[in-house]
Structures are given as C-alpha cells and as structure tokens.
Design a protein. Structure first.
Ligand SMILES: [Ca+2]
Ligand SMILES: [Ca+2]
Ligand SMILES: [Ca+2]
Ligand SMILES: [Ca+2]
Length: 421
C-alpha cells in the first residue's frame, strides 16, 4: 500500500531473492475541495438528545473525496454546541446554524432546539424510565437512569417533572428539570411515597405516604421541605388531586368501609365524604372550571363514569353499560370527557359531551387503546395502543379521532403519555 505524503516522485521497489521490480509513483497535489455538504440539512432536538452530523467533501467533478479534517462551528453556542466530530448537543430552546468548513468552503445544518412536548414512560432501556419527545415523535430522549419509574407529573409551568422511582426497598418521589438536569429526591424515608400531584401554582406537591403505618395524604413544598400529613386515620387515603383554584384537594378514602371520594381544604381541614354510597368510587377529576368532579364508580356492578357537583350533589351516571368505562380525562375547555370503554370487546378511546351525550368511539381498533390525554390546546389526544404488535406505544390523534399517528417505536412498552402544560 502506497500512501502519498507530499507532492513529488518516488520509485517503489519490490525484491524477492535476486529478482526485483520497480514502479514509478508520482504524487500530485491534493485535489482541491469544491463543495462541502452536511447531512442532515436540518435537525430538531429536545434536550438532552443529540444528533451526529456527517460531512461530504467533493471535487469539482462531484467525486466524493476521502475524508479530510473539517472544522465544526456553531453560530449560537447558547442554543447548540458541536464537537470536533460533528456531534451536536442542544443547550437551550432556540435556533442555531452548525457549519463544517474545509479549505475555505463550508456546509451548514439548521438546528432547532424544542422544548419537549410529551413525556411518557418507557421500558426500552430495560428499566422503565421517564422519556420526552417532540410532538411529531422525533428527538426521543431519556431523562432518568433511576431504577424503575412508575409515575410522572409535569409541573404546571412545564419546566419540571416529578416522578416516582424505586430506590432500594421503597418508592420515593423525585423531581427533574424537563431537560433531565437537576434531579433531586424529595422524599427519603423508610416508607412508600407515591402519587405526586402539583398544586396549580406549582408551589406544593401533594402525595401519598405510608410512613405512619397506613396510606395518608401529605403535602410538601416543591423542594421537598415542610412535609405535612393532611389525613390521619387508620384506613387508606390516596389519589390526591388539587382543585383548579388550589383551595381544595379531592382524594379517595377507605375510612367508611368502601372507597369514597372525599374533599378537604388544602391544609387538611374539613374532610368531607362526597360520594357516600356502598359501592366503590375512585379517581376524582376536577372539571377545568372547578365546578364539577368526574369519577369512576363500581356502584352499578361495573365501572361507570359519573359526574357530580364539587359539593357532592347531583351525582349523575354518564356511561351505562355492562362493561368497564374508566380512565376519564376532561377536555381543556371542559366541554368533553375522553375515556376508555371496553363495550366493543377491547379497550377503545371514547369521547362524550360532559353531560354524557354523544358517546363516540375514536379508535375502533381490535387491539387495546388506553390512557387518553388531551393536549393543552384541546386539539389532540395522545394515548397508548398495542395495535402494532407486542408493545404498547404512544399514539396521537386529532380530537375527532382522525389522523391517528404512532409517535414512538421502542423495543419495549411506551406508556402513560403526558403533555407538557
Ligand atoms: Ca389513612
Ligand atoms: Ca362509595
Ligand atoms: Ca360500564
Ligand atoms: Ca381498540
């Protein structure tokens, strides 16, 4: 193998015994680079995802040249950095142009750094963790490397995500910035700590803990300080949800011998049984205007969605069939409720008016479609579906059921889509 070093001429000789042969080799000047092309020509990232850029150098005839050292630069390193090998790392939301230069010529890629729009849980790394993605499914990024995450909750300003992770023996509540930075444990004691629920002003987190021997609702400051028990009775209390004005917390309690939906002031005072019937009532969900609470009840022998006034009056059954209706989600304008129904033989995403009228199957698919979540603008619904094979993946559709699109494609289950507020 002959490698040219500098222009000039040499004779290369091969000898075997007494015989030899020669070849005259002329090394010419390097063929000048005539064009520099960077691929991909544009890329959208969410922090902390990265993209590897590639550069192609061609001569005046368009012939691909053997790679030569290239200088990489970013015109806005507060948005995106690039290393000596073309690996781009996003720094902050914004735009930047990344350029590769060789022999005075350059090629460029437009880099857009987006805030993540959806968070979800995925097992694709072998241990379920928090992931984020763009709304089009690009730039999937892992935020956590903790052991087994099983819940996540965006802060109301969309800058942080609280999550529950298994540490040694116990589940604990953690918080991370939405770019994966500044992860911190908020609870740290020899008990289970679950179900983080941000107050609407983002100042507090209500949660569940069995640190006192049975499950009680607690609240703490968003930095984990001032952990305070709000309920205090020997039965399980769980599933705290803040009223939209932050004045009250609805929750579920077993203190009366069956599951009932309770309400209390945010300081734990005036705990009131709202449902008060012999069947089990679960999963309270405040209407966006705070006037009503929808919930799931087993009082009729199977899961039905009910709604009541926030004081417990006027309990009204919205679904009425012999199979399960659950996983309800209010539309942001309060006009509709999405939910899961198995009335067609498998899990389907339905939507109905908030008074129960016009119940409509949006998914109509032989596989389970679960966990509907409205986008903040009310135009889209994200959900889980196993329609494409062995794993649940995150899908998104228009609120009328059209344009159902798979966003994720992990080699394991992707679950629990949650839009950034
Ligand atoms: Ca209790
Ligand atoms: Ca009940
Ligand atoms: Ca039912
Ligand atoms: Ca289905």
């Amino acid at each position: 193998m002959v490698t040219g070093v500098t222009p000039g001429g040499v004779t290369v000789t091969a000898t075997s015994g007494a015989a030899s042969g020669t070849a005259a080799v002329t090394v010419g000047p390097a063929v000048p680079v005539a064009s520099v092309t960077v691929t991909p020509g544009s890329a959208t990232l969410v922090i902390p995802g990265t993209v590897q850029l590639a550069v192609a150098l061609r001569d005046a005839n368009g012939k691909l040249l053997y790679p030569r050292p290239t200088t990489w630069t970013s015109d806005n390193t507060t948005v995106a950095r690039v290393d000596a090998n073309g690996l781009v790392t996003p720094v902050a939301v914004g735009s930047a142009t990344v350029t590769a230069t060789r022999e005075g010529l350059s090629g460029a890629t437009a880099i857009t750094v987006d805030a993540p729009v959806l968070a979800f849980l995925s097992e694709r790394d072998g241990s379920q963790g928090v992931y984020v993605t763009n709304a089009d499914g690009s730039a999937v990024a892992s935020l956590t490397s903790n052991t087994w995450v099983n819940e996540l909750a965006w802060s109301p300003n969309g800058q942080k995500i609280a999550f529950v992770s298994y540490l040694n023996v116990y589940y604990e509540i953690y918080v991370t910035n939405a770019d994966g930075s500044a992860q911190a444990i908020l609870t740290n004691n020899a008990a289970y700590n679950l179900q983080p629920a941000w107050s609407p002003d983002g100042q507090k987190i209500a949660f569940l803990s069995d640190r006192d021997g049975n499950y009680e609702i607690y609240a703490m400051n968003a930095d984990g300080s001032a952990q305070t028990r709000l309920t205090n009775n020997p039965a399980d209390d769980y599933a705290p949800v803040w009223s939209p004005d932050g004045q009250k917390i609805a929750f579920v309690s077993l203190r009366d011998g069956n599951y009932e939906i309770y309400e209390m002031n945010a300081d734990g005072s005036t705990q009131t049984n709202l449902t008060n019937n012999a069947g089990n009532d679960y999963v309270p969900a405040w209407s966006p205007d705070g006037q009503k609470i929808a919930f799931v009840s087993l009082r009729d022998g199977n899961y039905e969605i009910y709604v009541m006034n926030a004081d417990g009056s006027a309990q009204t059954r919205l679904t009425n069939n012999a199979v399960d209706d659950y996983a309800l989600a209010w539309s942001p304008d309060g006009q509709k409720i999405a939910f899961v129904s198995t009335r067609d033989g498998n899990g389907e995403i339905y939507v109905m008016n908030a008074d129960g009228s016009a119940q409509t199957n949006l998914t109509s698919n032989a596989a389970d479609d679960l966990a509907p979540a409205w986008s903040p603008d009310g135009l889209k619904i994200a959900f889980e579906s196993i329609r494409d094979g062995n794993y649940y993946r995150i899908y998104v559709m228009n609120a009328d059921g059209s344009a159902q699109t798979r966003l994720t494609n992990g080699a394991a289950s992707d679950l629990l889509p949650r839009w950034r507020p």
